[in-house]
Design a protein around this ligand. Structure first.
Ligand code: MLT
Length: 400
């Protein structure tokens, strides 16, 4: 008899974005004429920029010649990419890290899920509500006790340190799904909490490239003390259009410690290295070459131009919804706009209304947690044409 991990029976039947995609496809099959606009999953639509393509093409050529061929690379990632990240994302901001504190991977979804491998089952985990569902689902899978940190309009959907103890805290800033961003003061409060409680912060910064307000930290390591209590997750998915190409990185500073049941201190960097080298064989050379190209002068200009397209989409969405009288936040420093469904509608009812009446797919807020009930997320990652068209449909339907 094969025993399963019983914790899986405690999960919702399907992952949020799979449910949304299934409903969309069912509707499409029943209404083949409908011109559906997808503003649901945060998947990018702009192509990879020319600098990335050129670097990847060059890497493909290298792979075709014995003298420059690459087999297994270092599981932690090639130095050329880690050094570029280190220089551009950290040292240039006055954050002192070293290359062996950076681990290249195939995505932040994998990293934020897999990090649980090195953390004990008895840890109490605090997770903001609403938030990216991977944190909750992967901790249910591991059988950990989860305590939610409710957020809402009253606190700008920003989770602040609770008055209870947690061993692990997930933070996502800019936040998925609400688009709220933790400011320096709030992040400082979190670092102080973690140091006081001997807790670990798991800081998901996948959307940091959307921050335009210079007063907002781009990395948690801008906050003194974070190098002793925080692991940071960053991704090339939303920064450089790598959702289909897969490349991300985790920063695990050597000063972040965990403990054995006997109280002995253990470096999480060493444990993550052990886990990474055992369970992961490295992100492809070609992909890492492409990712490194975004740090060149032209690569930076090109990815910024793409991000600006999404930023403008977000502004179009937010301006239209505000004009129509919807409560909405996000859309600035973030590619997501978080709105309140009209007339007290439940999130999934609003999903059905948008799908059937406007042929627009969004993501129901309740899928991100109980506190998301009655809210809804729209993404700015669509094309300009579809974003404008979707907002015209909103005007026609809700503007009357
Ligand atoms: C989202 O729509 O929340 C994200 O695209 C999901 C992800 O990054 O895995």
């Amino acid at each position: 008899m094969v025993l399963i991990n019983d914790n899986y029976t405690k999960l919702a039947e399907s992952y949020l974005f799979s449910t949304v995609a299934k409903k969309r496809e069912e509707y499409r099959a029943a209404h083949p004429q409908a011109e559906i606009i997808n503003m649901g999953i945060g998947d990018v639509t702009q192509p990879l920029c020319p600098a990335v393509i050129a670097a990847m093409q060059q890497a493909v050529t290298e792979m075709g010649e014995a003298a420059t061929f690459h087999g297994y690379g270092p599981e932690q990632g090639y130095d050329f990419l880690k050094d570029a990240i280190l220089q551009h994302d950290y040292l240039s901001r006055g954050v002192n890290l070293t290359a062996d504190e950076i681990f290249i991977s195939d995505g932040s979804k994998s990293d934020t899920g897999n990090i649980g491998d090195i953390l004990g089952q008895a840890n109490i985990v605090a997770i903001p509500d609403p938030v990216y569902p991977v944190y909750v689902d992967t901790n249910i899978m591991a059988g950990r006790t989860i305590k939610m940190l409710p957020t809402g309009e009253e606190n700008g959907f920003c989770a602040l340190p609770p008055d209870f103890h947690a061993d692990i805290v997930y933070l996502c800033s800019p936040n998925n799904p609400t688009g709220s961003v933790l400011n320096r003061e709030q992040l400082t409060a979190w670092v102080e909490y973690a140091l006081r409680e001997n807790a670990l912060l798991l800081f998901d910064a996948a959307y940091k490239a959307f921050i335009t307000d210079d007063s907002l930290p781009q990395t948690i390591y801008e906050i003194p003390g974070a190098e002793k209590c925080a692991i940071e997750f960053c991704s090339f998915s939303k920064t450089a259009g790598f959702t289909g190409t897969r490349c991300a990185f985790a920063v695990v500073p050597k000063g972040v410690m965990g403990h054995t049941a006997d109280g002995e201190s253990v470096s999480l960097n060493a444990l993550w290295n052990r886990r990474h080298t055992t369970k992961f064989n490295g992100t492809p050379y070609i992909v890492q070459k492409g990712a490194a190209a975004i740090y060149s002068e032209e690569g930076q200009k090109q990815v910024q131009a793409t991000i600006n397209i999404y930023r403008e989409n977000a502004k179009i969405i937010k301006d239209t919804l505000s004009e129509l009288g919807f409560f909405c936040i996000g859309g600035e420093n973030s590619p997501y706009v978080w709105l309140k469904a009209p007339n007290g509608m439940a999130s999934w009812d609003f999903f059905d209304l948008l799908l059937t009446e406007l042929n627009i797919v969004g993501t129901p807020g309740s899928g991100f947690g109980q506190m998301g009930e009655g809210y809804f997320r729209l993404t700015a990652f669509g094309s300009r044409e579809n974003t404008v068209k979707a907002m015209e449909r909103f005007r026609n339907y809700f503007g009357k």
